[in-house]
Design a protein around this ligand. Structure first.
Ligand SMILES: Cc1ncc(COP(=O)(O)O)c(C=O)c1O
Length: 328
């Protein structure tokens, strides 16, 4: 658990197993992959020969036939599965088979879903991936940090890549906080939390779909929703800013095959871990969707007049759901 964060953890995997210029196969950034999966602006995209797979246009889901074809054609040294905007279950077993067939190391980057994996709400990559990387601050609900897990065979190479390959002294305060987070995650109620995150995400998906929103892949299996706002006549950035003013925190995000640019994309990305921690349940999701819809429709009309009122309603509603550890 010494990597300072998710990006350096992933870089350590490249350093452990690859030489500059080696081929890597990973999910493309516009499809839902992470910058450190060989995206052009990242060091990993500049120093390695990255080939990217995406999702199918008709389903919005990863196309495993495409992954297999690209792996056979490019013979990558490293295959990465996992990403930053994937609303569906990742088939680690299928990725493991493809990696073994072409002799690649398989890295499962479970930064987003680690808490769901620990809580039994998403299948585990253990037994399929050679290396697992994760941040500790997303669904795992710990401090900002990261961890690398591997089979014994690769442990030494990874340890050396982290120190002295990439880092100096350990951040012991973070390591201590990760230990606390892992103890919390090992309790039975964390499993209930993980399942509630998914139930809330699915209820929110239904409530938004009922209001005419187009969800990438048509819904979600996990904690996140990716919404294409094209049919709502507003860009992701304009909507995200309006929602921020209305007390709803999310981010603007590229959607697969987005005709717009990454800094001004067509979509928004929402997650339910934080509201689940506060105690919101599926029956509250229509209300959340209603605030989102009202604000997005106003943003499409260029009308900012109702945002403060929505923010006041959100604040009042959440008074009954205090932040974990918050005293009244
Ligand atoms: C899938 C994935 N990998 C890696 C990272 C990088 O993590 P960090 O922001 O801690 O460097 C992120 C975070 O955004 C991520 O979503």
């Amino acid at each position: 658990m010494q990597p300072y964060s998710g990006s350096p953890a992933n870089l350590a995997v490249y350093l452990a197993f690859l030489k500059p210029g080696d081929p890597v196969l990973a999910m493309g950034l516009p499809a839902g992959g992470h910058l450190t999966h060989g995206a052009p602006p990242s060091a990993t995209g500049r120093w390695f020969d990255a080939v990217h797979y995406g999702v199918r246009r008709d389903t919005g889901r990863i196309d495993l036939d495409e992954v297999r074809d690209l792996a056979r054609r490019h013979r990558p040294k490293l295959i990465i599965c996992g990403g930053t905007a994937i609303p569906r279950t990742i088939d680690f077993a299928a990725f493991g088979e493809i990696a073994r067939e072409v002799g690649a190391i398989l890295l499962a980057d479970i930064a987003h879903i680690a808490g769901l994996v620990v809580g039994g709400a998403h299948p585990s990559p253990v037994g399929h991936a050679d290396v697992i990387s994760t941040t500790t601050h997303k669904t795992l609900r710990g401090p900002r940090g990261a961890m690398l897990l591997s089979t014994a065979e690769h442990a030494k190479a990874l340890d050396k890549a982290v120190f002295p390959g990439l880092q100096g002294g350990p951040h012991n305060h973070t390591t201590a906080a990760i230990a606390v987070a892992l103890r919390e995650a090992a309790q039975p109620d964390f499993g209930q939390y993980a399942h509630r995150i998914v139930a809330n995400a699915q209820a929110l998906a239904t409530a938004l779909t009922d209001r005419g929103y187009q969800l990438v892949s048509g819904g979600t299996d996990n904690h996140l929703l990716l919404v294409d706002l094209t049919n709502k006549g507003v860009t992701g950035k304009v909507a995200a800013r309006a929602l921020d003013a209305a007390g709803v925190e999310l981010n603007f995000n590229t959607v697969p095959f987005d005709p717009r640019r990454p800094f001004d994309p067509s979509g928004i990305r929402l997650g339910t871990p934080a509201i689940t921690t506060r105690g919101l349940a599926p029956q509250h999701m229509p209300q959340v969707a209603e605030w989102i819809d009202r604000t997005v429709r106003a943003a499409a009309d260029g009308d900012e007049s109702g945002h403060a009122d929505t923010a006041a309603q959100v604040r009042e509603f959440l008074a009954d759901f205090p932040i974990f550890g918050e005293t009244a």
